[in-house]
Design a protein around this ligand. Sequence first.
Ligand code: HCA
Ligand code: CU
Length: 460
Amino acid sequence: MVEILDTTLREGEQTPYVNFTVDEKVEIARMLDQTGVDMIEAGDPSVSPNVAKAIERIASLDLKAEIVAHSIASRPGIDRAKACGADRVAIFYATSKIHLDAKLHKTPEQAIDIIREHIAYARSLGLKVRYTPEDATRTDFEFLVNVCNAAIEAGADRISFADTLGIMQPHQMEERVRELRLKLLPCQMDLHCHNDYGLALANAMAGIRAGADCIHTTVNGLGERTGIPDLAETIVAFHNLEGVQKFNLRPLMNLSSYLEKASGFLLAPNKPITGQNAFSHKSGVHTNGILKDPRTYEAFDPAILGRERKIVIDKYTGRTAVASRLDEYGIEVSAAELEVIVSRIKNIGDTRKQLFDADILEIAEQVTGRENDVIPHDISAMLMVEVESHVYTSSVVRRLRGFTNVANVYEVTGDYDISAFVNVENVMALNNLIEEIRTVTGVKRTETRMVLKKYNGNGK
Ligand code: HCA
Ligand code: CU
């Protein structure tokens, strides 16, 4: 049965410009544990005192997952891993010719000695040991086998086959892992696949098929450069495609949102599984199919993640989708009225990027002449922002305009300096957006006013 080691707290924190606080790390570890991942790689304690403190706190939580500390091959590093209370130390030492020559200045023989010695040392402290031949996929294969077997003999019970540069293809991964399985002494085998060509998860799945045990992931696919496999994609792929039931899917969305906030790295809307559009449908043909039977255009039911499908209404939309949206609000329209509403939507022009329910309700009102007494599920809000006195208001405005959900921004007089109109899908999205805006440099205070009903002026 496949295992997952999540390394959001180690590899994930190596994402450019991402740093977590100790409290955030503890929270992330707790949430990770709820998903049922087998191991949590909590950091390399030699990086900074705060990284060490976070590992120590996480190790003291008594989580179900094994807690792993990462370390270079150095005795003080291994001592720190021990002092943190980690169950296991993951010692990495590069094995490719280019890393040995250019970075470590060691011969292959010296490398083997160093690796053996440090693994034996860690074992003497009572730590379990994983050994990672960094850049394994560019390492001479015979040498790789020798190093790994030396590591296993010295006491490592796990080897991490690291595709540090993400250069593998699935068929190559399958061949190499199969070959390693034949030539390595008994051990657990991890796969650490980087995503430089977007093949990380495909490579990892191919490696598991060939006999490896464990996939390394991060939440939202964070990591050096383009990261490693995303935890949610990995769990859902194994759950749905390979029938692996051992992981809990429910915390995945919250984890992903929490990580967006904690890392400041926002997901692309088209990101699989957790992205905003993962279960949205747009064209008339698709929405029509979905409304008749969601299996027509959904790879799986979003409810397994606690998510809902969404029908996007705009110029691509047909009658069925508009009627169904109005029906959701209990608004009845005649066939003739529906025809006019759809044609107005289609003619709204290309300047509007997104239609919200408030707009659709408004169009329905205009066409039918009947007032609807309903509050749209998606939300418009007016956000008032006070700016720190030493900061230029216009610099904050510039940042606010960078948020896709911010529609109009005004510099204003009065208690607040800026007023901005925002459009979001739901209250959770509004909360997230406000929290992000609060982290913008120069923002001192915000106040949010939710729009209950919109009216147009005479000019429109
Ligand atoms: C790095 C090290 C590592 C280690 C992977 C592992 C890699 O280069 O930062 O210990 O399994 O990608 O090789 O993340
Ligand atoms: Cu890595």
